[in-house]
Design a binder for this molecule. Structure first.
Ligand SMILES: [Zn+2]
Length: 130
């Protein structure tokens, strides 16, 4: 079991296992957040927080929602709004203990170059994680 939490501890995530890789992306939102994403199946992640503790942010085509703690502002995870089968949830590994993820390789996605500035985050991979 791996844990992640926002700065103030209001939003806690319980994660079934360590990720095999982490993903950094330079799209309009990931670049601003400085996030490192770890992708999981939805059943592998449990979000523990009081009702109403998170705020979801969505933009553009409204494909994804980025959740942040209303108290401290940390973005803890994002997920597709209209859930499809085998959908993934992306956990911000910056919310994990750095020692827990220090040895995990980081994949860098150059979305900005690939999409010529279009503002979409990377799609979570369909199977097995990146
Ligand atoms: Zn918080």
């Amino acid at each position: 079991m791996l844990h992640a939490s926002c700065h103030c501890g209001t939003v806690r995530l319980e994660i079934a296992r360590k990720p095999r890789t982490l993903t950094e992306c330079n799209c309009s939102i990931c670049g601003r957040l400085g996030a490192r994403w770890a992708y999981y199946t939805r059943t592998a992640v449990r979000v523990r927080c009081p009702d109403g503790a998170t705020q979801a942010y969505s933009y553009g085509r409204k494909t994804y929602e980025y959740y942040h703690c209303k108290v401290c502002g940390c973005v803890t995870h994002y997920a597709r709004i209209n859930v499809k089968r085998n959908d993934k949830v992306a956990v911000n590994a910056r919310m994990m203990d750095p020692d827990d993820v220090a040895a995990i390789p980081v994949r860098r996605l150059d979305v900005r170059r690939r999409t010529r500035g279009r503002a979409e985050p990377p799609a979570a991979p369909d199977r097995g994680g990146p």
